[in-house]
Design a protein around this ligand. Structure first.
Ligand SMILES: [Zn+2]
Length: 272
């Protein structure tokens, strides 16, 4: 079965989930590095607001993306990622923050809204993107779940927000795991391995070890957390593509030794 679709717009190329693609009332995508104006290690669609790239190029890249996906740059609302499990409830007051106006918040690694025409954005270069959509309560969410976010269970935090703030039933929520490090590419030392095992012994099932190095499957741990919080296994879709194994398409923090641009995960409820 196909785990992702590749979409070619005028300039940019992006991936979507075949299962979320079947819902016409939402738009979602994970950008590739193709189609922007940045140079050097940021070539070319760098959407990282916190990188050392020329900020004018980054903002232009957001404008290129907006045009290609048929929205206004002022429809974006970006996260302010610091590896927390904090999730911001977004309303129309936030529109444009990070792109056409300053963000007045920080330490936000997840975004959620039930308002239309707000394009929620988290940014990634190896860390796991999680897309959320509840087609019953009509709510979308997006999260940055790197190894710390996975350890802190931002996926659980997001499901809690759907339930508490939007009255969702977890069994209705669809989740897509986007491009990020595969297990073989997420090599860690004893300290990180122990943090995961101390959090939950069961996580040992999602690791293997070679000498002093361990290899952790963050995709499966996120899936485990989601299922434990009432999400149905059949409602979790994994694009199953690694950023580091596919550096022709993606920026990779590990693959480029930290000198890299950043891709965006976007989700939006469409309509008036
Ligand atoms: Zn890989």
């Amino acid at each position: 079965m196909k785990t992702y679709n590749i979409n070619e717009a005028k300039n940019v190329q992006y991936l979507t989930s075949p299962s979320l693609d079947s819902y016409n009332e939402i738009f979602h995508c994970f950008t590739t590095k193709i189609g922007g104006v940045s140079k050097g290690c940021y070539e070319s669609l760098n959407l990282g607001l916190g990188t050392d790239d020329d900020i004018q190029n980054v903002l232009e890249n957001y404008h290129i993306l907006a045009k290609d996906i048929g929205i206004e740059a002022g429809d974006f609302v970006t996260s302010f990622q610091t590896h927390t499990k904090n999730i911001r409830i977004v309303t129309s007051i936030d529109k444009g923050k990070g792109v056409t106006k300053e963000r007045d918040y920080r330490d936000v690694d997840g975004l959620i809204t039930n308002e239309k025409n707000i394009a929620l954005v988290t940014t990634h270069a190896d860390c796991v993107p999680l897309f959320f959509y509840d087609p019953v309560s009509k709510v979308v969410g997006i999260a940055h779940s790197g190894w710390k976010g996975t350890l802190y269970k931002i996926a659980e935090e997001m499901i809690n927000k759907f339930v508490q703030d939007y009255n969702s039933n977890p069994s209705d929520i669809l989740v897509c795991i986007g491009p990020s490090l595969c297990q073989d590419c997420f090599e860690v030392d004893v300290d990180v391995k122990d943090m995961f095992l101390n959090e939950n012994q069961h996580y040992g099932e999602y690791m293997y070890h070679i000498g002093k190095k361990s290899y952790i499957d963050l995709w499966s741990i996120n899936e485990y957390i989601l299922i434990n919080n009432g999400v149905k296994k059949e409602n979790i879709d994994n694009m199953n593509i690694c950023t580091k194994c596919n550096m022709d398409k993606f920026f990779s923090h590990r693959g480029q030794h930290g000198k890299r641009g950043i891709m965006a995960a976007v989700i939006m409820l469409k309509g008036k």
